[in-house]
Design a protein around this ligand. Structure first.
Ligand code: AMP
Length: 281
């Protein structure tokens, strides 16, 4: 039976028992509306940890767009069922008051890492992510925490935060799960209507094309071609398509042997903003 905790006290009580059993605690933080992508993280945790804890919390501090927060899908009953079926041991479903009894005013300094890509288009987003994840780590005290590479910039930010705060948790980055047509699984996909969903399937195709084209033409030309394709569909609008260094997320203009390159995209289909990425080299 999976244990459902709503308060920090409940989590701490269960953890005391667990710690005495000496097992590794694996943690999967989520915002709910769970899909196969989330479940792949739970499975990964179950493979290497004795106890798996998942949190479901829609973190208001990481939404710069209040419409996006209001619209964000919430399916707690279905989430509980999915987690139970996946063999999750504990789900933590706190209220906002539980996580933030008073305003979290901490400001993190991630250097250039949170100034680019989603950090530039969603001001304050990664500071809010760092606030909630550090708070959750403090409550759950996991040995390992599992994050999806779909949110590539988030993985780098969390790793940096762990380093800065000198936390003992190991961050495990897990592969992107995709729908049969290649679209990266996302809770936001449920908000797309039929036409928007169809249009969104261009995103993974663009990334594949980026990988192919970058072998023969300059990255600037590839980027322009991809942006031109996006603009031919009236339902789509690109925030960015960028080729970046996988470590620093600084834009790169050419392929070189000394760094690995990732192509990252943030594209609206209708009102819904979707992100995706693909390693190029
Ligand atoms: P979210 O609920 O969207 O905040 O996501 C919670 C965790 O699941 C994050 O670490 C995400 O990167 C991860 N995740 C979301 N979608 C996918 C996916 N399609 N494949 C793998 N991991 C994912």
């Amino acid at each position: 039976m999976m244990i459902i905790c709503k308060t920090i006290q409940e989590i701490r009580d269960f953890e005391e028992k667990l710690i005495s059993q000496n097992g590794l605690i694996g943690f999967v933080p989520t915002m709910g509306a769970l899909h196969e992508g989330h479940i792949s993280l739970i499975k990964q945790s179950k493979q290497c940890c004795e106890i798996t804890i998942c949190s479901v919390f829609v973190n208001p501090n990481q939404f710069n767009d209040k419409g996006d927060l209001a619209r964000y899908p919430r399916t707690p009953e279905a989430d509980i069922k999915i987690l139970e079926d996946a063999g999750c041991d504990i789900v933590f479903m706190p209220s906002a008051e539980e996580i933030y009894p008073k305003d979290d005013t901490r400001v993190f300094d991630f250097g250039t890492l949170d100034k680019v890509l989603d950090g530039a288009y969603r001001p304050g987003h990664f500071n809010g992510v760092a606030q909630v994840v550090s708070r959750l780590f403090d409550i759950v005290k996991p040995h390992k925490a599992f994050f999806g590479l779909k949110d590539y910039q988030q993985v780098l930010i969390i790793k940096k935060m762990v380093e800065q705060l000198q936390l003992k948790v190991e961050i495990v980055a897990c592969p992107i799960l995709r729908e049969p047509d290649g679209l990266a699984m996302s809770s936001r996909n449920t908000l797309l209507n039929l036409e928007e969903r169809k249009a969104a399937s261009l995103i993974p195709r663009l990334l594949q094309e980026a990988r192919e084209l970058s072998k023969s033409i300059s990255l600037v030309d590839v980027k322009n071609r991809l942006l031109a394709q996006v603009s031919t569909n009236p339902l789509l609008k690109a925030d960015y398509i960028e080729f970046c260094d996988t470590d620093t997320l600084q834009t790169v203009s050419e392929i070189s042997t000394d760094k690995k390159i990732i192509c990252l995209a943030a594209i609206f289909s209708g009102k819904i903003r979707l992100i995706d990425n693909l390693f190029i080299t």
